[in-house]
Design a protein around this ligand. Structure first.
Ligand code: IMP
Length: 199
């Protein structure tokens, strides 16, 4: 007999994240997007930690759908900038600015800086049978001097993970997944749920 499907609503409006998560969470997982769940809201990210924002997003969606769901919040933490942009990664260059504005601000804040160490940190909040669980994934690496590659999203063109020579934006999705913060956090969620289902 085949394993039952595990259906989870993914609390995000970011289609890049949906695309990535769908390459990670494959069978027996079935991912329902907010659009597919008939939900059209701007999910708030008002807090000053990834954990609190991830939690707010999954709780908000759980209140609306009352189904098992998860969210994630990710930040780029740059050592020479004391961990910035961190939880403010999406709005680093200001409200309403785009990925390119954020990259421009980051590179200009790092001009003449020799310490380029940085990491992506993802926190996943899962609500499973009414209880919340958090999972973390970290990818260490460094910030390039110039943008490289056209794939991916966000800061991908300026981030090279440790152990690679290409930026995330020069990699295929599978190559990015082999290093990525998001993949590591989701792998923890997968093994948690597999254990739960075998309890
Ligand atoms: P959030 O989790 O949607 O708040 O993401 C914050 C910001 O971090 C996004 O707007 C992106 O700019 C950036 N970001 C998140 N994940 C990634 C990634 O995997 N690669 C590059 N940038 C990312």
């Amino acid at each position: 007999m085949s394993n039952p499907q595990i259906t989870l609503v993914f609390a995000t409006n970011n289609q890049n994240k949906v695309k990535e998560i769908r390459t990670i969470l494959t069978d027996p997982f079935e991912i329902i997007t907010l659009t597919e769940a008939g939900i059209d809201i701007d999910i708030p990210e008002p807090h000053d930690s990834l954990e609190a924002n991830a939690s707010e997003k999954s709780q908000t969606i759980y209140r609306l759908v009352a189904k098992n769901c998860f969210s994630e919040d990710t930040g780029l933490e740059v050592e020479a900038l004391n961990g910035e942009p961190g939880v403010k990664s999406a709005r680093y260059a200001g409200e309403g600015r785009d990925f390119q504005d954020n990259i421009n601000k980051l590179l200009s804040n790092l001009v003449n800086e020799t310490n380029r160490k940085a990491r992506f940190r993802t926190v996943v909040s899962l609500i499973w049978e009414e209880k919340e669980y958090l999972f973390e994934g970290i990818c260490e690496g460094h910030i390039t001097e110039d943008q490289k590659g056209l794939e991916g999203f966000g800061y991908d063109p300026v981030f090279i993970p440790d152990g690679a020579t290409m930026s995330f934006a020069q990699m295929t999705m599978e190559e990015k997944n082999s290093f990525s913060h998001r993949k590591k956090a989701i792998a923890k969620l997968v093994s948690f749920l597999k254990n739960k289902l075998h309890e």
